[in-house]
Design a protein around this ligand. Structure first.
Ligand SMILES: [Zn+2]
Length: 367
């Protein structure tokens, strides 16, 4: 796909300028192109189509190879169900920073699908968003190297096995590497749903909710998230501990390795892992707000020292403050609805209780 045509406007360097309109459209176009009708499941033809597509786009964007020969990082592992040796492939590239000795930032998302269906939200749109992030950051000359990684085999039956792409990437390629931060994206394209019909109907602002897990993994992350989340008209950012949701995506390997790690997700929705997870389920105007939020985090990380010796912290006051801001006036009503006795949240124990009640509610009443 050509980035410019004859007669297109020229930028100050005299090269043909890439129209911002074209670039903006690519987020949508990449999501559509990766939302293959029969999906991207390991072993299916669509898996290879997606792999080649991402490889081509990384080249168009002009990413450097993460390893010196290619974006492809193939590995062989025993299939957890059949026991047969199977080939899997991660992809990684990077944007060189001006200070090569600064700890890098890694942004990652899986590209395989759970079922033989488009799976636009899980996780075509995150892959498209990473490609767009790469295009934008490349023009900014960041201080830190920014690594873009596309992981294979996140879905069942590979999840948390030695075949899982992110686990293999971390063990094969990250020995001795300290990251300033790892940011993983999964299921970021649909509008958030409480999956409590009355609440979803009465509180439409809740659709803007985006979970950020992992701020406890480095003491410098909470102020960065708080600053990036300051515009609640844009998104409603809800930080939670990663232990409240457990291992749910590719952040697991990095967090286990003791890296500062953030996981951005809308959580599982009503169409997740179903054929209905198609392009129509994606709210692109909201996805652009996730893009802006992510770019702001990366920019703040670029300027932050992100000292090593990262003490994990208990940021409960930050979580409570952010929850008040994200949910606003309906928070006391929601707490009462969930059978929470206190009128407000004050401590880690309160947040633990709330997390327990919410997971029970979603287990019993959700789908
Ligand atoms: Zn996923």
């Amino acid at each position: 796909m050509s980035k410019s045509s004859s007669g297109s406007p020229r930028n100050e360097t005299g090269n043909p300028a890439v129209s911002p309109h074209y670039l903006d459209k690519m987020l949508e176009q990449d999501t559509v192109n990766l939302s293959l009708p029969h999906g991207r499941r390991v072993g299916q033809p669509g898996h290879d189509v997606a792999l080649q597509y991402i490889w081509r786009r990384m080249g168009e964007i002009g990413l450097e190879y993460f390893l010196d020969y290619d974006y492809f990082l193939p590995y062989i592992a025993k299939h957890p169900t059949t026991g047969q040796k199977t080939k899997f492939t991660n992809l990684a590239g990077f944007i060189p920073g001006t200070n090569r000795t600064a700890m890098p930032v890694l942004i990652g998302a899986h590209y395989d699908s759970a079922i033989d269906a488009p799976c636009s939200d899980d996780n075509a749109v995150s892959v498209a968003l990473l490609l767009r992030v790469a295009e934008i950051i490349k023009k900014k000359a960041p201080r830190r190297n920014v690594i873009l990684a596309f992981f294979d085999a996140e879905e069942a039956p590979f999840f948390l096995t030695e075949t899982m792409g992110s686990i293999r990437f971390y063990s094969d390629h990250c020995k001795g590497l300290d990251f300033a931060c790892v940011i993983i994206l999964d299921m970021i394209g649909h509008d958030f749903q409480m999956r409590i019909p009355l609440v979803d109907m009465l509180l439409p602002e809740m659709r803007k909710l985006l979970f950020v897990m992992g701020s406890e993994s480095h003491s410098q992350l909470p102020p960065i998230i708080e600053q990036a989340a300051s515009d609640t008209r844009r998104l409603r950012i809800l930080p939670t501990l990663s232990r409240y949701t457990g291992a749910t995506s590719d952040h697991h390997a990095f967090m286990n390795g003791g890296q500062p790690t953030l996981f951005l997700s809308k959580g599982s929705g009503c169409h997740s892992h179903l054929p209905e997870d198609g392009i129509d389920w994606i709210n692109f105007s909201r996805v652009r707000k996730v893009l802006d939020f992510l770019l702001e985090i990366v920019e703040l990380l670029d300027g932050a020292p992100m000292h090593r010796g990262r003490k994990t912290i208990d940021p409960y006051e930050f979580e409570i403050r952010m929850m008040r801001r994200a949910i606003g006036w309906p928070l006391p009503l929601l707490l009462r609805y969930m059978g929470f006795r206190k009128r407000s949240l004050l401590s880690r124990k309160d947040l633990d209780d709330l997390a327990r009640k919410l997971s029970k509610l979603w287990r019993d009443g959700g789908n």
